[in-house]
Design a binder for this molecule. Structure first.
Ligand SMILES: C[S@@+](CC[C@H](N)C(=O)[O-])C[C@H]1O[C@@H](n2cnc3c(N)ncnc32)[C@H](O)[C@@H]1O
Length: 242
């Protein structure tokens, strides 16, 4: 084979590119610092299933502000109005079951669901102690496996409140699906007076729910924490499925 003769190829050296760091612009730095100093508003309540479970697993009820150990006064007041027929009820995000137990005592066939296994275990114990018959399931409020139109009443104190923007629509559709036509939904959320970022105005509730529900009434209420002497402000909404 003939070997090609020629000039040996020159090695091309890569030119070193000098990296020039851009000059720091003092103004920009100042902006960054001021952003960092802004307080990040974090909800005082848990927002993920893992966090809820952590809270209940500790079983330190003095540190669980929503766990009153007694039924919610707004639920009692609504039932006394006599609008809801005693049929099937769902307590969504039931926690340790105080409201589920009261619904059973009032004559409902009631199911309490919560994403926290520890909360459900505690709720079962509480129902046993109260000698009431309730059904408790570990479950996700966004994936309710009940037949369409199964419930006459859904009670929700604090579950919808913490779902976050991305899940709200799905939750509302799920609740509307499992409710019978003209079934009732009582919702308790943090009011604009609350310092928590997950709070709602009356107008926001109307906006979010009016696609599936007739929002009949939204009233402000507050609960005084006997230990901390602090008030928590709520909005209580009563609505009926269209
Ligand atoms: C503020 S607590 C209120 C508990 C109870 N309703 C009460 O009034 O004492 C909210 C409850 O919703 C439950 N929860 C939050 N997200 C949930 C989800 N995606 N599915 C089911 N339960 C959920 C939490 O574990 C927690 O028990």
């Amino acid at each position: 084979m003939a070997v090609k003769k020629g000039k040996p190829k020159k090695r091309i050296r890569k030119k070193k590119v000098l990296k020039v760091r851009p000059k720091k612009i003092p103004q920009k730095r100042a902006i960054k610092k001021s952003v960092a100093r802004e307080p990040v508003l974090k909800s005082l309540l848990p927002c993920s299933k893992k966090e809820w479970e952590k809270v209940y697993a500790k079983r330190n009820f003095d540190t669980i502000p929503w766990n009153l150990g007694v039924p919610a006064t707004e639920l009692k007041a609504f039932l006394e109005m006599g609008l809801v027929p005693r049929g099937r009820a769902l307590d969504v995000g039931c926690g340790t079951g105080s409201n589920t137990i009261m619904l059973a005592k009032c004559g409902f066939h009631v199911i309490g669901i919560d994403c926290s296994p520890s909360a459900i275990a505690l709720a079962k114990d509480n129902a046993k102690r109260a000698r009431t018959h309730c059904t408790f399931w570990i479950g996700d409020a966004l994936h309710l496996n009940f037949p369409t139109g199964y419930f006459d009443f859904v009670f929700d104190r604090g579950c919808f409140n913490q779902l976050g923007n991305g899940n709200r629509e799905k939750f509302i559709e799920t609740i509307a699906r499992v409710l019978a036509p003209h079934g009732w939904y009582q919702l308790v959320v943090l009011s604009p007076q609350s310092k928590d970022p997950n709070k709602f105005t009356k107008m926001k509730i109307q906006q979010l729910f009016s696609k599936h529900f007739d929002v009949q009434d939204v009233v402000e209420t507050s609960v005084l924490d006997k230990k901390t002497k602090k008030k928590t402000h709520f909005l209580v909404a009563i609505m009926q499925k269209q």
